[in-house]
Write a protein that binds this ligand. Structure first.
Ligand SMILES: CCCCCCCC/C=C\CCCCCCCC(=O)OC[C@H](COP(=O)(O)O[C@@H]1[C@H](O)[C@H](OP(=O)(O)O)[C@@H](O)[C@H](O)[C@H]1O)OC(=O)CCCCCCC/C=C\CCCCCCCC
Ligand SMILES: Nc1ccn([C@@H]2O[C@H](COP(=O)(O)O)[C@@H](O)[C@H]2O)c(=O)n1
Ligand SMILES: [Mg+2]
Ligand SMILES: [Mg+2]
Length: 250
């Protein structure tokens, strides 16, 4: 456990919110992929980000194009059961989410607007991915239960992100990433969808992977919602206690 009380206190003393822009969010413990894979992909994608900068492309444009491509890949291919091509398309575009911030940092132009745009459009891409899967199961995939599980993944993923955003808006750090962050939700779902999609090319015994992954993401997201809510509850009580204490001594 970190020291959320201290973080809250120092943030409160400065009258600031923990955010990606201030760097305070860096103090929040990250889940596995964000911790380890991000460093690797930062190294790999930095030359590409530098290339886009030389071409005069802006970080916001990369954010917008990446989201549009991910949404198109999810909503064009997934509802038709074309999981392989859907996953390939989404994967190509979704890495823009690591490139846009990289470009902003190289340019020394990270901004509050950029952070807002990035996070907001992450939700749009996630909704399209799980929405596209739900549409498949509601239609030709013909499985109401899996449709419900995909909708649950969509909704719980949004709630996971909302817990952090709402806590941060109140000056609370939400000092836990939880079991399943966005990167985990995406990697589990997309690897499963991509491999399950090989069924179309005659590969046997792979189609069960996608339903399995959806159940895993649904359960993991539910656990994560509780992890974050309990953490914020503790942080909120601590912040209220400190505030009451400072009022008492004033
Ligand atoms: C036999 C086939 C094998 C295929 C193997 C493929 C292996 C691929 C394996 C790994 C790829 C790992 C990629 C992992 C990259 C993770 C890096 C990372 O952590 O990035 C995080 C980042 C999100 O950061 P942001 O700060 O921009 O976003 C914040 C986040 O959204 C928060 O959400 P919350 O957690 O709270 O819900 C918000 O709170 C916050 O507001 C927000 O700012 O970037 C990403 O999330 C993008 C990650 C992209 C991951 C793409 C995964 C694609 C992986 C595999 C596709 C495989 C395709 C396989 C085809 C197979 C065909 C045979
Ligand atoms: N259009 C953008 C996108 C992102 N940023 C900044 O990058 C941070 C996110 O970094 P990622 O590596 O996760 O993409 C974000 O908080 C912003 O500070 C930006 O300025 N403009
Ligand atoms: Mg990004
Ligand atoms: Mg993002």
């Amino acid at each position: 456990m970190g020291q959320p009380g201290g973080l809250i206190h120092s943030a409160a003393c400065r009258g600031s919110r923990p955010s990606a822009d201030t760097g305070e969010i860096g103090a929040v413990r990250k889940a596995m992929l964000n911790k380890y894979a991000r460093a690797f992909f930062t190294r790999v994608l930095t030359p590409f980000a530098a290339f886009l900068i030389r071409l005069g492309v802006s970080p916001d444009a990369v954010t917008l194009i990446g989201t549009a491509g991910s949404v198109a890949g999810a909503l064009v291919f997934f509802p038709r059961g074309e999981f392989f091509w859907g996953t390939i398309t989404i994967t190509l575009f979704i890495f823009s989410d690591l490139v846009d911030g990289n470009m902003a940092r190289q340019l020394g132009r990270t901004s509050k607007w950029g952070a807002f745009l990035d996070s907001t459009l992450d939700r749009v891409a996630d909704a399209a991915i799980f929405g596209g899967l739900a549409m498949w199961y509601a239609g030709k995939g013909d499985n109401n239960l899996l449709c419900a599980v995909a909708v649950f993944c969509l909704a719980s993923g949004l709630v996971v992100s909302y817990t952090k955003a709402r806590a941060e808006s109140q000056g609370l750090p939400c000092d836990v990433s939880g079991l399943v962050e966005r990167a985990e939700r995406l990697v589990i779902s997309l690897v499963a969808a991509g491999v399950a999609g090989l069924h179309t090319f005659g590969v046997p015994y792979v189609e069960w992977l996608l339903p399995f992954a959806l159940w895993v993401v649904a359960a993991g997201s539910l656990v994560t919602v509780f992890q974050r809510m309990l953490t914020v509850r503790r942080e909120a009580f601590e912040a209220d206690r400190l505030e009451a204490g400072s009022r008492g001594t004033a």
